[in-house]
Design a protein around this ligand. Structure first.
Ligand SMILES: [Zn+2]
Length: 63
């Protein structure tokens, strides 16, 4: 288990996706709502699971 489940968008109920590009963030595919971008400075162009888990946690706490 290395992936945490993303909850649906709290605003429109749309599907949330994890974007990994110069950092990680969670974005709703339907309305475009997203979290801030988190970057793990220790990685080399590849975010660590720590950053991914943090951004997913932020997304899931949005109610
Ligand atoms: Zn949405």
């Amino acid at each position: 288990m290395n992936e945490t489940e993303l909850k649906p968008c709290p605003f429109c109920g749309g599907k949330a996706v994890l974007h990994v590009r110069n950092g990680v963030r969670v974005v709703c595919k339907d309305c475009g709502t997203g979290t801030i971008v988190l970057v793990d400075g220790e990685s080399q162009g590849k975010p660590t699971s720590g950053a991914i888990e943090s951004v997913i946690e932020k997304w899931n706490k949005r109610v």
